[in-house]
Design a protein around this ligand. Structure first.
Ligand SMILES: CCCCCCCCCCCCCCCCCCCCCCCCCC(=O)SCCNC(=O)CCNC(=O)[C@H](O)C(C)(C)COP(=O)(O)OP(=O)(O)OC[C@H]1O[C@@H](n2cnc3c(N)ncnc32)[C@H](O)[C@@H]1OP(=O)(O)O
Ligand SMILES: Cc1cc2nc3c(=O)[nH]c(=O)nc-3n(C[C@H](O)[C@H](O)[C@H](O)COP(=O)(O)OP(=O)(O)OC[C@H]3O[C@@H](n4cnc5c(N)ncnc54)[C@H](O)[C@@H]3O)c2cc1C
Length: 667
């Protein structure tokens, strides 16, 4: 029988049985005890602040309330960050994730894209002019790139910015219905400015897409300015807190100084000055792609906390007649669905950590004028963004399904996490399109390999001998696992290149050959990302300094990640007999062993993520495991239960019971 106070006894037992100290693992995940302390301090500041607790729960809010409440929270977060002098992005991230968990900010684009774009693409003069206004929220902006007709193919955007040398102004227009800006976050009702991506025309020539600062609303009345039609695009799959918007521009004039001119320029007479690399204008997308990796990892980690704690508490079905019902975490099928996701959440956290460091290092180089690493940064950020958002979104949904019926309720907290993470597969570059960008990079690397040119370190695996067979033995060594992933990726890259070559030889143009090979190219890109993430996980557990018990447990988890990935994608690993059937059996057996090995540590692994209940907002994922009382309280708090008998009973049910349906005939 489940108790209703204190920590649920099953969960308490789980915590006693783990083989390592949870605090040591938290220290490792968050890069040291000081950082864990800091993170807890920031979480506490938010969770203990009565301001955030005064609102009704998100799932009980109407769309308009979701927007309004979330806006209040984020303006308060903004104020508190200033008061508390939280200037580091990591500090703001932790404070915000606890203050408004998975509630997408109505001023989020202002912080995540508008300000960074000014910082990175603006001249010193523009930064001086706009940044103080943006910091004080006098100017609230967004990143308005996507149009109704084009999100992916940004060179095909239709919005025009035509330079008029007589007045030294740009004239902005949305010439067609499809050219209307559509989707930008916060655009509909919140922002008074936006950075508009538009085709630049000067001296009668099209110079490609560039960014322009456009004021769209009056700073006092907030009414749209002349030539501006703007509004909210309506309800979506999620993101109810966010006023994604539409925008139509009709002969809107802005001064020449409103084009972001750090790299490209239009001189007073209309002369166009090219940037050192045209793709430098895509920098803000790269920043957000890099951030999405950690964001996706966090979503899956939280879903794992909820579903694994719940699986330890939930009992269902007598295993032997008349015996005790088993904890559902003891069913091998439950373990098979959840533990690889637990491993994936760690893999993605480490990938997110890597991505963040790599982004900072490479952008510092770019700022210093060295653009050599831009293609690598683009390929890695596009690949990890797509791979992580795919894996984590699908993983969150599996976690939800693993919670049975209660997973379908908002009480579980899981639907909210899902609808927050899944647009990451679409925004900032649709995932298939991002994988094709990775593939384009891989084909270039393959060309270099063929020409005997040097490859960057992370691509050197491509020169592996594809006739070699796996070194896998009963021990299932980590290095053999990494080699398997690299072998598969190298072969798929070669196969995709061969497919294109064959099509060209048959008389197709390079473009047709590319289009005829995009499925194989995508397979290659995914295999490459899988190998990259696996290797990173392995290197993290093998090379980092950490407590030995933590290292041993994390090594099992890492092995599970790698073995599970092979077993689930077996075709790609045995296509060229890299593994023989004996080795396949070894891997399958190892997978089952690893599930059993991880079982005693499952709860400890999720506890180590150290998410307070206030952040999880889940009746099922509570630290104390008192899920049933929480579900009951949740149900009772539903606004549907405020009245014992609803008005609809008198209006509709009662008349229907009496055979009266007049109210319908009125329509
Ligand atoms: C443990 C950890 C602790 C934790 C700690 C925590 C720390 C935390 C830290 C703090 C973090 C904060 C967290 C906050 C969370 C936030 C997350 C969520 C935010 C939500 C906001 C949501 C906002 C959503 C906003 C939006 O959605 S905004 C709109 C986004 N829209 C798109 O993304 C369009 C996609 N489309 C394209 O990007 C292009 O269209 C296209 C396909 C590339 C073709 O581009 P095209 O110009 O046609 O080029 P190609 O011809 O294909 O290629 C020509 C040549 O250019 C090359 N090249 C293309 N690109 C690039 C590029 N970049 N760079 C370099 N090169 C490039 C290509 O490689 C090729 O090279 P080559 O092969 O010739 O050498
Ligand atoms: C919640 C949310 C927030 C957003 N916020 C912003 C924002 O703040 N600012 C902004 O500017 N935009 C924003 N967007 C828009 C977003 O960036 C685009 O939706 C995204 O880039 C995808 O473009 P699309 O919608 O045109 O999809 P499409 O390109 O039309 O994709 C449809 C399908 O076509 C396929 N496809 C398209 N091109 C190719 C190709 N070349 N090769 C193979 N397949 C292809 C795709 O894979 C996909 O399956 C947001 C979107 C969402 C959902």
């Amino acid at each position: 029988m489940a108790t209703t106070t204190g920590v649920n006894s099953d969960l308490a037992k789980e915590r006693n049985n783990s083989t390592f100290d949870v605090e040591e693992l938290s220290n490792f995940i968050y890069r040291g005890p000081e950082k864990v302390k800091r993170r807890r301090y920031l979480h506490n500041l938010a969770t203990k602040d009565p301001f955030f607790r005064k609102f009704k729960p998100w799932a009980f809010q109407t769309r308009e309330e979701q927007y309004e409440i979330c806006l209040q929270k984020h303006l308060y977060i903004n104020k508190k960050c200033k008061e508390l002098n939280l200037t580091e992005p990591v500090d703001k991230f932790f404070y915000t994730e606890a203050a408004a968990p998975h509630e997408n900010s109505p001023i989020g684009l202002h912080t995540v894209m508008f300000i960074p774009t000014i910082e990175k693409q603006g001249t010193e003069e523009q930064k001086k002019r706009w940044l103080p206004l943006a910091e004080s929220l006098k100017m609230i902006g967004t990143y308005a790139q996507t149009e109704m007709g084009h999100g992916t193919f940004i060179r095909g955007l239709e919005t025009t910015a035509t330079y008029d040398p007589r007045t030294r102004e740009f004239i902005l227009n949305s010439p067609t219905i499809t050219s209307m800006k559509y989707w930008p976050g916060n655009l509909g009702k919140t922002t008074n400015h936006c950075l508009v991506m538009a085709q630049l025309y000067t001296q009668g020539k099209n110079c490609g897409i560039h960014m322009f600062m456009v004021q769209i609303r009056d700073l006092e009345t907030h009414m749209p300015l002349a030539g501006i039609e703007v509004g909210d695009i309506g309800p979506k799959f999620g993101y109810g807190t966010n006023d994604n918007g539409f925008l139509r521009l009709s002969n809107v004039r802005i001064p020449r100084e409103n084009m972001l001119m750090r790299y490209s320029k239009v001189l007073e007479d209309g002369t166009y000055v090219k940037p050192p690399n045209a793709k430098i204008a895509y920098g803000s997308m790269v920043l957000v792609r890099a951030a999405i990796v950690t964001d996706a990892a966090r979503a899956l980690a939280q879903a794992c906390v909820i579903s694994i704690r719940y699986s330890a508490v939930r009992r269902q079905t007598e295993v032997s007649p008349g015996g005790e019902e088993a904890q559902i975490i003891d069913y091998q099928t439950q373990q098979y669905r959840l533990f690889p996701l637990l491993a994936t959440s760690y893999a993605m956290y480490f990938a997110g950590r890597f991505m963040y460091d790599f982004y900072l290092k490479t952008t510092a180089e770019i700022e210093g004028g060295n653009l050599d690493s831009m293609p690598q940064l683009h390929a890695i950020s596009a690949g990890l963004k797509a791979f992580s958002s795919w894996m984590c979104s699908a993983g969150v949904e599996t976690c939800r399904l693993c919670c049975g019926g209660h997973g379908y309720s908002h009480a579980s907290g899981l639907p909210k996490i899902y609808i927050d993470v899944v647009p990451g597969c679409t925004y900032e570059g649709e995932n298939n399109v991002m994988m094709l960008q990775v593939a384009r990079f891989l084909m270039k690397m393959y060309g270099k390999l063929q020409n005997g040119e040097a490859l960057p370190t992370f691509m050197q695996y491509m020169s592996t001998d594809l006739n070699k067979k796996s070194c896998m033995t009963e021990e299932v060594a980590l290095n053999c696992l990494v080699m398997a992933y690299e072998h598969r990726a190298a072969r798929m890259i070669r196969d995709a290149a061969a497919s294109m070559e064959k099509l060209v030889q048959s008389g197709k143009s390079p473009v047709e050959a590319w289009n005829g090979s995009t499925v194989m190219l995508t397979w290659a890109a995914i295999a490459h990302c899988h190998a990259f993430v696996t290797k990173l996980f392995v290197e993290t557990v093998v090379k980092s300094r950490m407590d030995s018990k933590v290292q041993s447990a994390l090594t099992s988890l890492c092995k599970l990640y790698a073995v599970h990935g092979i077993v689930e994608n077996l075709g790609g690993f045995i296509q060229d007999q890299f593994f023989d059937s004996k080795q396949v059996k070894i891997l399958q057996k190892k997978l089952m062993q690893l599930l059993a090995e991880i079982r005693p540590n499952a709860v400890a692994f999720v506890d180590a993520f150290d998410y307070p209940d206030e952040v999880l907002q889940s009746c099922l994922g509570r630290y104390d495991g008192q899920v049933y009382q929480a579900l009951y309280d949740y149900a009772k708090s539903s606004p549907m239960n405020e009245k014992e008998v609803l008005d609809s009973y008198y209006k509709y049910i009662k008349p229907a019971q009496n055979g009266k349906y007049q109210q319908y005939s009125k329509l």
